[in-house]
Design a protein around this ligand. Sequence first.
Ligand code: NAD
Length: 435
Amino acid sequence: MSLLEAAPAPLALPQATPQATPLATPLDDARSQLRAAIGVLGYSDGLHSLLATPRREMTVAVPLRRDDGTTRLFTGYRVQHNLSRGPAKGGLRYSPNVTLDEVRALAMWMTWKCALLDVPYGGAKGGVTIDPRLFSQPELERVTRRYTSEILPIIGPEKDIPAPDMGTDERTMAWIMDTYSVNVGYTVPGIVTGKPISLGGSHGRASATSRGVTHMAIAALKHRGIRPEGATAAVQGFGKVGHDAAVFLTDAGVRVVAVSDQYGAVYNAAGLDFERLSAHVATTGRVVGFAGAEPIDGDALLELPVDLLVPAAVEGVLHEGNAARVTARVIVEGANGPTSPAADAIFAANGQLVVPDILANAGGVIVSYFEWVQGNQAYWWNAAEVEHKLAERMLAAWHQVVDYAAARDLSLRAAATVLAVERVAEAHLLRGLYP
Ligand code: NAD
């Protein structure tokens, strides 16, 4: 009998509890998904609480001296959800909407993602309550350096390794690496992933999440008997994940008819021209106003009659209030937590396939792991090698989740979460409880 089978009696909570949309937060959704997985696995209340609770949390004040000499104060967070399988790993988000509970949810999802893709990390996430669009580069540099020095005691290449997320990029990672390195007295490239290539970053890291999303979208369309060539798609969010996903999907023959950002959406039934749209966004900072498409409402994008919907922006956009109007047959979660448990239940009832975030957008953490492996060996792979290894891992995980779901009559999300939670629990039980 394995350690896990020996665990005490099952909780009587086999199903995710749909949450009323206006009240449900990402943390409610993450906890609800975990509760459903625990119900399937039959773990004890004690193990459930341990898996549901972050191992370590830090809240810090981040004061900024602005370019005009005034001072602004932001709040920063770093949450390490679980460390049983290795150092914590997770992105850093700059957004005015960041809350401790949101960071807790994102950290928990990172734990499951790393376990599902079998990269040797636990889960973490960080955030600062700043809207990066409203601040200059020197101001963002000062915020990043101050935040980094405040959380310095709990991060490190063997402790917790940040990466880019919403509102941050490879420039941010370079500032974190420099601040950390200056403080410890020598250069530590392994403190972050998603670094610029000239600082030890990996080829293919910047586009890895979008490549992974595309692999999953193509696999899911085929799984549903839809030929990718000529299938139609809408992508919500036109940032690091959404932009490249739209381009890669187009390269794969999918007709991407609509994309959006936080200012609005654009639609062209013949498919969008991304070279021209990217040039427009580079000049104006938003998709709306693009001459090669008509403007549509941002929320309406989610309800377009397309084969594939890729939410690649923020959490909670597919909920009880709109899920019944979403007609896409395949939904691939580029964003973390875009679908509430109530929406999941509606999609399942309507036969729509949801590829969950912890699988669909795992390409970023896979290539972050590759970046770490390459850095440790001081031997860098070329872009083709990175892409090949990424595809291999993503597709292996896809087949594993699809087979597990089919064998146990679970949704892909439930199957992925159960597989991941079981791996984390096994690591925890094998290590034992200290003291
Ligand atoms: P980003 O900051 O580069 O881009 C975010 C995009 O979403 C922007 O175009 C923004 O305008 C848009 N947006 C924000 N709110 C919106 C709204 N309400 N409706 C429509 N669009 C909106 O961020 P990103 O790195 O692309 O991250 C997007 C999502 O993907 C997040 O959920 C993030 O956690 C997740 N993710 C990112 C990575 C990564 O490697 N960057 C990896 C895994 C998951």
